[in-house]
Design a protein around this ligand. Structure first.
Ligand code: BDR
Ligand code: CA
Length: 311
């Protein structure tokens, strides 16, 4: 099987950290590089966090590039009420030896796509600022993108406003640019990520894996599940971002439906909403494959298997 070549653009972030682990350790994924945006925390912190995770799992050869320090139009909105002061509160990380690259994340995305043969998948698990900026900076790269897989949006309601999901809302203009790029998009939204709740028995099950990666998972979930309970009342934290990588590893875990999706950038109350025409009311061309359901047990089996790969 050909390895899937991907760029992971993220804002770690507890669930981003688990997405990084999956992408870095799965043998069928070729993680070309990680770019980080401002989102769950500042870009100064998210770049350090990406390095911390890679160092923990011994994947220090994967480069980390700092991206845009703020959204294109909006002011930054840091989600420290979920992810804490560091953006990755919970685990006690050793002193940092893995360092981020000097070059900018947008340059890395442009260069990698330019030099590719149209086989690179861009996965975004944070605000879509870096990818949108890359598209505007070098429009020629757009046709080189094989697919965009985005954790973001929701057919149903949001998690930062009644209408909007955090990653889309945090930089809706960026999401608008990406969703109107004409490239194939898989939207992994809250409709499925809210089904993979990391209950205490799941944390215990992952602890039994007994590797360094599973220890990191457990330490991360300690903080994440606590704040998810405080803010949303969930008895287990929704493991949003790893669903994107799980989808690339085992596509059959996710059921998708093609539909027209537009990003709301003008609405006062609905800014950042993903308008998903599930019933094809509008009769407009489909613009995205939207994740509608997930095999929950299959997802946890996958997480368990991947955590067992590295010590
Ligand atoms: C998204 O928001 C962030 O806080 C998480 O990391 C995830 O990417 C979920 O809405
Ligand atoms: Ca994220």
């Amino acid at each position: 099987m050909d390895r899937k070549r991907i760029i992971l653009d993220c804002d770690p972030g507890h669930d981003d950290a688990v997405a990084i682990i999956l992408a870095a350790v799965n043998p069928n994924i070729d993680l070309l590089g990680i770019t980080v945006s401002a989102g769950n925390q500042t870009v100064e912190k998210t770049k350090v966090n990406a390095c911390r995770v890679l160092q923990w799992i011994g994947k220090t050869d994967i480069p980390v590039y700092p991206g845009c320090p703020r959204p294109i139009v909006r002011e930054p909105y840091i989600a420290d009420f979920i992810h804490g002061e560091s953006g990755l509160d919970g685990p006690v990380f050793p002193p940092l030896t893995k360092m981020p690259e000097e070059d900018h994340g947008v340059n890395f995305i442009v260069k990698t796509l330019r030099e590719s043969e149209g086989d690179v998948i861009v996965v975004t698990t944070g605000p879509m600022t870096n990818l949108a900026m890359a598209m505007r900076m070098a429009p020629g790269i757009v046709e080189k993108i094989k697919r965009i897989v985005v954790m973001g949006g929701s057919v149903a309601n949001g998690n930062v406003t009644p209408a909007a999901e955090y990653n889309i809302w945090a930089d809706a203009e960026a999401a608008y640019i990406c969703f109107t790029s004409g490239r194939p998009i898989t939207m992994v939204g809250l409709d499925v990520t809210r089904k993979v709740l990391c209950y205490p028995e799941i944390v215990e099950r992952m602890e039994r894996v007994g590797t360094g990666a599973s220890k990191l998972f457990v330490d991360l979930m300690g903080h994440f599940c606590k704040t998810q309970k405080e803010v949303f009342g969930y008895d287990g934290g929704p493991l949003h971002d790893p669903v994107t990588i799980a989808y690339l590893i085992e596509p059959e875990l996710i059921k998708t439906q093609q539909m027209n999706v537009t990003i709301e950038i003008k609405g006062e109350n609905s800014y950042g909403r993903t308008n998903c025409d599930t019933f094809d009311f509008l009769g407009k061309p489909a613009t995205a494959d939207v994740a509608m359901d997930i095999n929950v047990e299959g997802f946890w089996n996958l997480i368990e298997r991947e955590l067992a790969r590295v010590d």
